[in-house]
Ligand binder design. Structure first.
Ligand code: ADP
Ligand code: NG1
Length: 436
């Protein structure tokens, strides 16, 4: 467990050449809008979840890794007041201005549609709860992200977490990475979705070269070294799904809570503090399989709720097995990991009913191209697949998958370049001071 590292503040880092070029472009955008140079930059990565979806908000561990794609901010403390946002992709994300920081939050209550700047404001509102002292300082921000949006790679959490990081740094409010992650997770719920804390935790706590086992209540993380020969490939089905604009995500959260409470009412004298399946299991003192047996009997007249809890309990088991297979050096390690990923996809598709026909087709195609395992990743109802292959096969695997993807999806060759790519565990959030 990296306890001490998780309690450290976010590092002030030095950008490499690739990042420096991107920061230069972002600086130009900032200057063109605000007429002065930014004081600092932040970088918050997206993530790919290798296994353990729709279990974090039920209190069970997950196993994601940070990816190369990220959200960058250029931040300046201005002489004016309020929040002023601009985005490099200005055709898609238009500028936003609010004259008083403390009034920004009102926009979250006024309209329900999840416009891009509202994610940023979620982070501002969250950070303002922690910042003490004078909050009249104006903040100017230029945003530039390259995480495919609404595709299960946590673009929204990268925006919210970036805002929390930028605000706490600008207002001299030092916090540990762990506290920033928890604050960002709470802040993102202002958008209306009742998610867990996986995305924000990996965004702040990731270490390069390792995936993470992330446990909740309390939040703790353990590096998971992936087998030397394993290569993970992300493939985007291009079916976008915005979880705050639709009811599906929160419906699943509610279904899990209802399942837990129905069993708790039947089995426990005191059930009203049971809010998650994890709480239920703790109170009962049962194993995953004993809890499942109990659920089967008690939820006999509620087949949908039973399917949801069956997914959660079996996925929780797969996450722990995935971690222990990574740690063992037995033969057939990769085959076992692939099998767990396949089982996870089937469970998310059939029991949790959060897949999409384009995603299922992509999983099948990845397996036909020789993947050892493939699964939907993130919230679902569209978005990305993560597939497991090996170093010696990755080149031909990616080539075959791209060709087949063009044939089935009608995508253009340049779209496919961005849609299918190899990924490896990257670092978590960082701050870069401006080079004068
Ligand atoms: P994800 O699974 O990627 O987190 P969500 O549906 O939760 O998907 O959130 C996607 C939303 O996040 C986008 O519709 C947009 O409002 C916001 N977003 C993502 N990337 C950016 C970006 N680069 N700039 C501005 N807003 C972004
Ligand atoms: P993405 O894939 O970023 O939409 C969402 C939740 C996670 C987790 C996954 C499913 C948020 C911010 N994120 O992630 O907490 O529940 O779905 O595993 O709500």
């Amino acid at each position: 467990m990296n306890k001490s590292a998780d309690m450290e503040p976010v590092e002030i880092s030095k950008p490499d050449d690739v990042l420096s070029n991107r920061l230069d472009k972002l600086t130009k955008h900032f200057v063109s809008r605000f007429n002065y140079k930014p004081q600092f930059f932040t970088r918050v990565p997206g993530r790919v979840n290798l296994i353990g979806d729709h279990v974090d908000y039920c209190g069970y561990p997950v196993c994601p890794m940070a990816i190369e794609q990220d959200v960058l901010l250029a931040v300046g403390k201005s002489n004016s007041t309020g929040l002023h946002l601009t985005n490099v992709e200005s055709d898609k994300y238009s500028d936003y201005d609010c004259d008083s920081l403390s009034d920004c939050g009102d926009v979250l209550k006024k309209t329900k549609d999840p416009r891009w700047y509202k994610y940023f404001i979620c982070g501002v509102v969250g950070a303002l709860e922690e910042i003490t002292g004078d909050k009249s300082q104006g903040i100017d921000v230029a945003v530039w992200g390259n995480i495919p949006p609404a595709s299960g790679l946590s673009s929204s959490s990268a925006v919210v977490s970036s805002a929390v990081l930028a605000m706490t740094h600008a207002f001299d409010c030092p916090m540990s990475k762990k506290d920033l992650a928890l604050l960002s997770a709470r802040a993102e719920r202002h958008i209306g979705t009742q998610g867990g804390a996986m995305d924000q935790a990996i965004a702040f706590l990731a270490n390069p070269g390792a995936a993470k086992l992330i446990e909740f209540n309390p939040l703790r993380t353990t590096d998971v070294r992936l087998p030397e020969d394993a290569v993970f490939v992300i493939a985007n089905s291009m079916a976008e799904f915005n979880k705050a604009a639709t009811a599906e995500f929160n419906t699943r959260v509610r279904e899990c809570k209802s399942a837990a409470q129905m069993i708790a009412k039947e089995k426990l004298e005191k059930w009203d503090n049971v809010n998650t399946i994890g709480d239920l299991q703790k109170e009962l003192g049962t194993s995953l399989s004993e809890t499942l047996e109990m659920a089967k009997k008690i939820l006999v007249d509620y087949p949908t709720l039973f399917k949801r809890i069956q997914h959660v309990l079996s996925e929780a088991d797969r996450v722990l097995e995935f971690k222990s297979v990574c740690q063992s050096s037995k033969d057939g390690q990769l085959i076992r990991l692939g099998k767990l990923m396949n089982e996870s996809h089937q469970s998310l598709r059939d029991l949790y009913e959060c897949s999409h026909k384009s995603v299922d087709l992509l999983v099948e195609t990845a397996l036909e191209c020789g993947a050892l395992g493939a699964r939907i990743t993130g919230a679902g109802w569209g978005g990305c697949v993560v597939a497991l292959t090996t170093k010696d096969k990755v080149e031909s695997f990616v080539k075959d998958l791209k060709q087949k993807f063009i044939a089935i999806n009608g995508a253009k060759a340049d779209q496919v370049e961005n849609a299918i790519f190899v990924t490896e565990p990257r670092a978590g959030a960082a701050i870069y001071e401006t080079r004068m």
